[in-house]
Design a protein around this ligand. Structure first.
Ligand code: PRX
Length: 635
């Protein structure tokens, strides 16, 4: 019998030891007992981090939607699979049963096939959090097409970059989206993006806000009439375990976004196994993750992980502040949510509001609370624990990444004693290591270093789409034979991990990964700008906010500074999206640089954070005098 479901701490340690001693054997048992394969694997694992190449369950064949839908039909066909809660609380929630999900995914899959989508083709999905979003992912997977969801808050230009990079044949979108009291014209954004995307042949448009949009002839079609006509059963395409399931873009510290490619078999096994254990999911539970499916959290822990376990997963279209700051808790009460998974930035924003927004609802259904995406500060952790969990619900602080596909370090509730701000212990099969700057592993406890993973796990990304060299350079070159996460971490006296933050040029703002380079590129395109540098500084709700140091060209010197600030932020919004806007923009005459011309961000970070006590040695700079000037003129 495999250890699929861990129930107490001793069992965790025993399972963990076994998973490290013989990982192949451990994952093979889980894969065999808990999933449906059409053909068994030849090898559980083949790997070589120096290439890097990783294959899990190679030779095996399956379809992930059979695992997420079909196999549940006999046992829980009428159970709610997806519980859709609309933006507007007066609009009725929708309960989509497994049987209905099967029909809707099949119909959608048949539409895709009819429109010429075949196994391996890329389909970009740019949709709000409506049922069609989850269904379109599954429909792609049903026919072996590769989905790439682009978060529907990204700009036309960011969308175009992603469509071009994966050479998508189709885009699935909607007329628009609701976001609290606002509506957003998604189709307009898609139209603009597609001006530069020759590979896209078809656009399917879901109707959500009933706005007056134009359909481009021979390219755009309303989705619903096609679904109405489609046949309600679709034989699943059987794919290889290592066939791609999806591409999901994440920011890098340099250049264009990285299309992380995830494959099928290992991703399925790991997302399902980690879901079951981290949330201690049981058959009658109602699980809710507030993330957007446009991020990895939504892929693994709204769609694939929960559905592979036959769970009821809530999809929420709206925002935590609409119609008021009690919305999350109203939903918890209404649907008797048992597991609730959100981001520290949301917790901090809600903790600022009147506590009545929380206390007026009955939250007694809750059993487990989760956080993800950025370090959770102690104050937010206690607020979550005291007021939402009423000191009765373990908090799982889950550390992981788009690249890891699934949760890597996290308490197992009711087993691992929690500790505020600590992600605690690795899940079974995960072998973390802390490394020093010389590439040596730091053993023992009460140490800190760069967080790496020593051994493959089933849901790791296999490559960066179209750029394997970049995959190798980014993740497998800093430390020999290790996956480097880009994060720093410490290990306390009992071996618990605490993630201390990024050690590269990625800044996490409100839980979103933002690379400095793409933002700087966007700013530098402004005609009045000569050069710029972005750093993060602490912000009490967003975790980090962005501070930009901008050098103007001579032609820009006479311009009004506030107008320029607005134009620069508009430029960032257009190129990337509003999430990347700068909180502060300081115009400077120079940036501190090393003699080789590299911007010293460390110094800028300290200035932006008002931490001027220890700027380090600035005498080796090419231009030490600019440091004093920047400090003098600081905002
Ligand atoms: O820095 C870590 C931070 O988020 C990064 C990954 O971001 P992304 O790929 O967008 O995925 C987010 C959702 C999985 C990590 O490198 N991060 C994520 N979770 C935590 C975290 N930092 C501290 N604590 C966490 N629990």
């Amino acid at each position: 019998m495999s250890n699929y479901h861990i129930k107490h701490l001793e069992e965790y340690f025993q399972v963990y030891r076994r998973s490290v001693r013989n990982p192949e054997n451990f994952w093979e048992e889980i894969a065999e007992e808990h999933f449906l394969w059409r053909k068994k694997w030849n090898n559980v694992l083949e790997w070589d981090f120096s290439k890097p190449e990783v294959k899990w369950f190679s030779g095996a064949q399956l379809n992930i939607t059979e695992n997420c839908i079909d196999r549940h039909l006999h046992v829980r066909g009428n159970k709610t699979a997806i519980l859709f809660e609309p933006n507007n609380p007066d609009e009725a929630a929708e309960h989509i049963s497994y049987l209905e999900l099967h029909k809707r995914v099949s119909k959608f899959a048949n539409v895709l096939k009819d429109k010429g989508i075949k196994k391996g083709d890329r389909v970009v999905i740019y949709l709000p959090m409506i049922p069609e979003l989850a269904i379109s992912l599954l429909a792609c997977a049903r026919i072996g097409a590769v989905h790439s969801v682009v978060f529907a808050g990204f700009s036309a230009s960011a969308l175009a970059t992603r469509i071009q990079d994966c050479e998508a044949k189709m885009v699935i979108t909607s007329d628009g989206s609701y976001r609290g009291a606002k509506t957003i014209d998604l189709k307009g954004i898609v139209d603009e993006a597609l001006e530069d995307c020759p590979t896209v042949e078809k656009v399917l448009v879901a109707k959500r806000i009933h706005s007056d949009i134009k359909l481009k002839e021979n390219r755009d079609e309303w989705l619903q009439p096609l679904l109405d006509e489609a046949y309600g059963d679709c034989v699943p395409e059987i794919v290889d375990s290592e066939d791609p399931l999806f591409i999901l873009y994440t920011s890098g510290s340099t250049g264009k976004p990285k299309g992380m490619m995830h494959t099928t078999g290992g991703y399925m096994v790991y997302s399902a196994y980690s879901f079951k254990n981290v949330f201690q999911y049981r058959e009658e539970d109602v699980y809710w993750c507030t993330a957007d499916i446009g991020w990895i959290t939504g892929h693994s822990y709204i769609v694939y992980g929960p559905l592979a376990n036959g769970a009821t997963t809530v999809m929420f279209e709206g925002v935590p502040s609409y119609p008021d700051y009690g919305r999350f808790w109203e939903i918890v009460q209404k649907h008797k949510v048992t597991q609730f998974y959100t981001a520290p930035t949301a917790i901090r924003a809600l903790a600022k509001e009147n506590i009545d927004f929380v206390t007026k609802y009955d939250l007694s259904s809750l059993k487990v609370l989760g956080t993800v995406g950025e370090p959770i500060n102690e104050e937010a952790w206690h607020w979550y624990n005291d007021h939402v969990g009423e000191k009765n619900c373990p908090i799982v602080d889950t550390w992981w990444q788009t690249e890891t596909g699934g949760i890597m370090i996290s308490p197992i509730p009711f087993s691992t004693p929690t500790k505020p701000t600590y992600a605690t212990l690795p899940l079974p099969g995960i072998q973390p290591a802390l490394m020093d700057e010389n590439g040596k592993e730091i053993k023992g406890n009460q140490v800190d270093g760069r967080l790496c993973i020593k051994y493959p796990w089933p849901s790791m990304a296999r490559t960066i789409w179209g750029n394997h060299q970049r995959y190798k350079d980014t993740y497998f070159s800093a430390f020999e034979n290790m996956y480097f996460t880009g994060d720093g971490a410490l290990r306390d006296e009992v071996g618990y991990y605490r993630i201390t933050g990024r050690v590269d040029d990625v800044i996490i703002v409100s839980g979103h990964n933002l690379g400095t380079a793409p933002i700087e590129d966007a700013i530098n395109e402004h005609p009045a700008v000569a050069e710029s540098a972005i750093v993060g500084f602490p912000h009490d709700i967003k975790g980090n906010a962005l501070y930009g140091f901008v050098i103007l060209k001579e032609t820009g010197e006479s311009r009004d500074r506030n107008n320029l600030r607005n134009e620069i932020n508009q430029q960032i919004s257009d190129k990337i999206g509003p999430i990347a806007k700068l909180n502060k923009i300081q115009f400077v005459t120079g940036l501190p640089k090393t003699r080789s011309g590299k911007i010293m961000r460390r110094i800028l970070r300290k200035i932006a954070s008002n931490d001027l006590s220890n700027l380090g040695d600035t005498s080796t700079l090419l231009n030490p005098e600019v440091v004093d000037q920047i400090i003098k003129e600081k905002l």
